[in-house]
Design a protein around this ligand. Structure first.
Ligand code: ADP
Ligand code: TMP
Ligand code: MG
Length: 192
């Protein structure tokens, strides 16, 4: 299963099932007797400090990594030091841009790398890390959610502040779930 090294990217808006798909793929590799590990950023403490947790409650043990240069080095050290053959990184958009070169190098070294993250922020602008990973990927899994307004496939994420669309000058990073975000189709995605 990708003994030659592989870079796979799971992307789409919030609630599309990115984390669920990542856990499923890691679990399959463990069933295949591959040595596999999951990593997640320390800032994503929405549901658990030491597990990757999906919006539907599915959860899996993970290494929790700070979102700085030291964190990027730590992922490489743990992967190479422990001899992991397969690694998954959730919320990859929160790490510094240097994670792109690092994950690409691990794939070159023969590791099956699965990176999961948002392609677009609440304004519909790309997250640079995900964008750079997507153009280097050996395989892309593009998922959609369901628009909370009309039920069409959702490719965007609406940020809501006190139930109202967040303005363009709202900060890019705001960790949250259903209380602050909704999946939307292009037509129902609003940026005042
Ligand atoms: P992601 O990591 O992409 O945000 P998760 O894997 O954590 O997605 O969660 C996916 C789950 O979110 C779905 O299985 C479903 O139960 C739930 N969900 C909540 N809102 C929506 C929505 N608008 N569209 C689709 N799924 C939704
Ligand atoms: P999810 O893709 O697993 O649902 O998680 C996305 C996380 O990213 C969640 O904590 C909210 C956060 N986020 C931002 O920080 N800025 C954004 O513009 C968007 C859309 C999400
Ligand atoms: Mg997720």
């Amino acid at each position: 299963m990708h003994p030659e090294g592989f870079l796979e990217v799971i992307t789409g808006p919030m609630f599309a099932g990115k984390t669920t798909e990542l856990i499923k793929r890691i679990e399959r590799q463990i069933f295949a007797k591959r040595k596999a590990a999951l990593f997640k950023p320390a800032i994503d403490n929405r549901y658990s400090e030491d597990e990757v947790v999906a919006h539907n409650g599915l959860r899996y043990d993970a290494f929790v990594i700070p979102t700085d240069e030291e964190g990027v080095r730590r992922i490489a050290e743990i992967t190479e030091g422990e001899g992991f053959e397969v690694i998954g990184v959730d919320e990859v958009q929160f790490f510094p841009i240097s994670i792109v070169g690092m994950l690409n190098r691990l794939a070159d070294e023969g590791i099956y790398v699965i990176a999961s993250g948002l392609n677009l922020d609440f304004k519909g602008d790309p997250f640079p890390v995900t964008k750079e990973l997507l153009v280097r990927a050996d395989n892309i899994i593009y998922l959609t959610a369901v628009c909370t307004v009309c039920g069409a496939p959702a490719t965007r994420t609406q940020r809501l502040i006190n139930g109202k669309p967040a303005p363009r000058d709202s900060p890019v990073i705001l960790v949250g779930g259903r209380e602050s975000y909704e999946a939307r189709c292009r037509r129902h995605h609003i940026i005042p």
